[in-house]
Design a protein around this ligand. Structure first.
Ligand code: SF4
Ligand code: SF4
Length: 99
């Protein structure tokens, strides 16, 4: 069981969740070892981050819940609490780290 970032994150990507994760398991939007820097850089350069989001590595997440309240757009859910329309996010988060 882990927390999951849904596509509600897309276009916001403000990385507040990254800063509070005790096990550094939130990554993206481009590289598996990037922790939001790519999105931060694009924002700083005034570029659009439309369609980009971060992902939680389900193999590393310890289910602590620290990230959830930090997200300004409520994009993060515990897997158990995930609204049905976001079910695909479980696969998408896992896929980001295995491809
Ligand atoms: S639940 Fe905890 S360990 Fe999992 S991604 Fe959020 S902050 Fe990190
Ligand atoms: S999940 Fe929320 S806090 Fe984390 S990067 Fe996306 S919008 Fe920001």
């Amino acid at each position: 069981m882990s927390y999951v970032i849904t596509d509600i994150c897309k276009g916001t990507c403000d990385t507040a969740c990254v800063d509070v994760c005790p096990v550094d398991c939130i990554h993206g939007p481009f590289e598996k070892d990037d922790m939001g820097q790519g999105a931060r850089d694009m924002k700083a350069e005034g570029k659009s981050i439309e369609g980009l989001q971060l992902y939680i590595d389900p193999e590393v997440c310890i289910n602590c819940g620290a990230c959830e309240p930090e997200c300004p757009v409520d994009a993060i859910f515990e897997e158990d609490e995930l609204p049905e329309e976001h079910n695909k996010s479980i696969i998408e988060n896992a896929k980001f780290f295995t491809e």
